[in-house]
Design a protein around this ligand. Structure first.
Ligand code: HEM
Ligand SMILES: *[C@@H]1O[C@H](CO)[C@@H](O)[C@H](O)[C@H]1NC(C)=O
Ligand SMILES: *[C@@H]1O[C@H](CO)[C@@H](O)[C@H](O)[C@H]1NC(C)=O
Ligand SMILES: *[C@@H]1O[C@H](CO)[C@@H](O)[C@H](O)[C@H]1NC(C)=O
Length: 319
């Protein structure tokens, strides 16, 4: 009897604690079950078309979601265009001439509006599209909690201060994520997103010329298309092995000192994340499980819910 009571107590505590961690979120996977039953199919099909056309779009949309969530929460703020009277986030330093994929979100929004007019937020579309991009490139899937609403504001300033820099060291990366309620383990798992997509020369130039914790052949290879002067926007794959396949190669690269960004290699440079990086490099399943969990936690950052914010008609402009 005592054992049963203990078990009941443990279960109740688990339920209570899971509720507590969801109190500010109030998101749920079934949010549009009645109001927009085809939502997930619409998003997935549009993303499949986009990724077939250009695989990198899977990566670009995943990054958009990250840059949305880290700036005042997952509220679609990154999607807002600048106007003469409104300053959005698209021209913040980490975003300008860098974040992309907005046309894909427009296409999805148009189709979603045609199916369920005025119902689904741009923030939720982005959360679903980011998962679809991951899955379409071979990554894990997860259940996406929904019910976010769209911001009526954006913050260029917060985009400049809260998005981590590719020149950051480990402690500053850990702080950036901890400021958003994410653990060092979440940070290391989410950085595995750099298994897909491309980066511009200026984001990794000091690394390939000046860092010492870099494989020399890899440095030479990257220098061939990223000169000391000029070529700032020349592209290189974040994952030297398979930039269009979502896998654990990123961690294998780190173990062999072939991380592209200085910030990438900081995760494997004799510090606190080395053991986890090694683990992910030999255990893709563990990486996938941790990544999926971390994506849900990142997606829970300060959403607008209930009657806060709005359901935008056009993701680029407030209603
Ligand atoms: C840990 C801190 C992070 C830093 C410093 C960082 C920095 C960067 C930089 C500099 C680029 C290249 C941008 C360009 O050259 O235009 C990039 C690309 C990318 N990042 Fe991150 N990132 C971080 C974390 C993340 C996270 C958490 C995600 C997603 C959950 C993510 C997803 C991506 C993707 C998918 C790309 C490729 C985008 C494309 O090809 O369009 N990154 N990141
Ligand atoms: C729904 O569509 C109609 C036109 O078909 C439009 O007038 C109306 O504003 C839309 N409702 C919302 C909430 O967007
Ligand atoms: C990491 O970077 C921050 C910010 O640039 C700096 O203040 C700090 O001293 C650095 N820490 C280490 C261990 O180098
Ligand atoms: C490498 O470091 C030196 C000394 O700090 C600096 O002058 C130079 O600009 C750096 N080179 C690159 C490509 O970042």
């Amino acid at each position: 009897m005592a054992k049963i009571l203990t078990l009941v107590f443990i279960i109740l505590s688990l339920l209570a604690s899971s509720n507590i961690s969801n109190v500010n979120a109030q998101l749920r996977a079934t949010f549009y079950l009645q109001s927009c039953p085809n939502l997930q199919t619409i998003v997935f099909n549009a993303m499949r078309e986009a990724v077939q056309r250009e695989p990198r779009l899977g990566a670009s949309i995943l990054r958009l979601f990250f840059h949305d969530c880290f700036v005042n929460g997952c509220d679609g703020s990154i999607l807002l265009d600048d106007t003469p009277t409104f300053t959005g986030e698209k021209n913040a330093l980490p975003n300008q001439n860098s974040v992309r994929g907005f046309e894909v979100i427009d296409t999805i929004k148009t189709r979603v509006e045609a199916a369920c007019n005025g119902t689904v937020s741009c923030a939720d579309i982005l959360a679903l599209a980011a998962r679809a991009g991951t899955v379409l490139l071979g990554g894990p899937t997860w259940v996406v909690p929904l019910g976010r609403r769209d911001a009526r504001t954006a913050s260029l300033n917060t985009a400049n201060t809260d998005l981590p820099s590719p020149f950051a060291n480990l402690s500053s990366l850990i702080t950036s994520f901890s400021n958003k309620g994410l653990s060092p383990r979440d940070m290391t798992a989410l950085s595995g997103s750099h298994t897909i997509g491309l980066a511009q020369c200026f984001t990794f130039r000091p690394r390939i010329y000046n860092d010492t914790n870099i494989n020399p052949n890899f440095a030479t290879l990257r220098q061939s298309t990223c000169p000391v002067n000029g070529g700032n926007s020349n592209l290189a794959p974040l994952d030297i092995q398979s930039p269009q396949r979502f896998g654990n190669d990123y961690y294998q690269n780190l173990v062999t000192q072939r991380g592209l960004l200085h910030s990438d290699q900081e995760l494997f440079n004799g510090g606190s994340q080395d053991a986890l990086v090694r683990l992910y490099s030999v255990n893709q399943l563990l990486f996938f499980i941790d990544f999926a969990g971390a994506m849900v936690r990142m997606g829970n950052i300060s959403p607008l819910t209930g009657t806060n914010g709005e359901i935008r008609k056009n993701c680029r402009v407030i209603n």
